[in-house]
Design a protein around this ligand. Structure first.
Ligand code: BDR
Ligand code: CA
Length: 317
């Protein structure tokens, strides 16, 4: 049976890989897409989602709901993201694709869909947790009815914005705190300290760049900013594909190593704002990513998205 998910995205380059993988893999059924602020403005997030869906001929085949365009609480820090350039797509200018935004909000869709299908829907959250937190605050049954919440965000003893904080959590620390304190049966946190191990290697990048395949070339173009910042910061030797690890895990559990834990989010000590504080008690509703099989993830991602380039990718993965 297919795994039914709602995908909550902020439409940077790794969100796009995550979206493509989820939409194209036979084991996954994307019931709906919810948009959230994060890598770029909501206006750009809206444009990027329809372009990304159109690139895989899926525009119009899944419903898209608009969510929150600012965090629950503004802590007064500059949280602008340059990791995905001026528009989330490394500043790439592309032909806009028209698309339909549903009338009900992302928050109401999340609540209705999860409550109408109790313990059946997995939520994949790969941007700031604003939409999820607001749904939790608005409806008391929502959290309990989620089957599993898989988050790309946070980092264990690491950060890509401050030494303590990862981008998605830093963009809305209050939301992250609400989510980790909610009565959700199972939360998996894919932290950046590990997800950054999976990136587009130099040889793969060359393949994308020189390909006549439009999707391949598009991915190369939109991931330029992320590649630059990953390399300059020393995080990875190419564009990281953090958000897609959530889907790799759903497809094949053996590509990640998880550990049971409890997680809380720092919102008082401003120096350590948004830190994901991990403890390892015997009981707890959270699991944290401890390791990832880079090659397995790359194979799942690229063989699913580019079946037509399987032979070429086989030489470089
Ligand atoms: C996360 O932040 C964004 O830049 C990426 O899309 C990913 O969700 C990594 O810290
Ligand atoms: Ca993201």
């Amino acid at each position: 049976m297919k795994k039914r998910i709602i995908l909550d995205v902020d439409m940077g380059s790794d969100d796009t890989v995550c979206l493509w993988l989820a939409m194209l893999h036979r084991k996954i059924k994307v019931d709906g897409i919810t948009l959230v602020h994060g890598n770029t403005t909501m206006e750009n997030v809206r444009k990027n989602i329809f372009k990304a869906l159109d690139m895989i001929n899926q525009n119009g085949k899944v419903k898209v709901y608009e969510g929150e365009s600012s965090p629950i609480k503004d802590y007064g820090f500059n949280t602008d993201d340059d990791a995905h350039g001026s528009n989330g797509f490394s500043g790439l200018i592309y032909d806009e694709v028209p698309g339909k935004i549903e009338e009900i909000s992302a928050i109401d869709y999340l609540i209705n869909h999860v409550n109408n299908n109790p313990h059946k829907i997995t939520i994949i959250a790969v941007g700031p947790l604003t939409n999820i937190a607001k749904a939790i605050l608005k409806d008391k049954n929502f959290a309990k009815n989620i089957k599993e919440l898989i988050i790309m965000g946070g980092a264990e003893n690491y950060g890509n914005i401050t030494p303590y904080a990862e981008f998605n959590f830093y963009k809305d620390p209050a939301a992250a705190k609400i989510v980790f304190n909610a009565p959700i049966t199972k939360i998996v946190m894919m932290g950046y300290n590990i997800t950054k191990k999976v990136f587009i290697d130099h040889q793969m990048e060359k393949l994308l760049k020189n390909s006549t395949n439009l999707k391949a070339r598009f991915l190369y173009d939109i991931s330029r900013s992320c590649a630059k910042i990953s390399i300059e910061s020393g995080a990875a030797k190419g564009a990281t594909i953090n958000d897609a690890i959530n889907i790799c895990y759903l497809i094949n559990k053996s590509c990640v190593l998880l550990q049971k834990c409890s997680i809380d989010i720092e919102t008082q000590n401003l120096e350590r704002l948004a830190e994901s504080k991990v403890n390892y008690p015997k009981k707890g509703n959270c699991f944290i990513l401890k390791d990832v099989n880079k090659r397995k993830c790359q194979q799942i991602i690229f063989n699913t998205i580019f079946p037509e380039l399987k032979k070429e990718f086989k030489k470089v993965i």
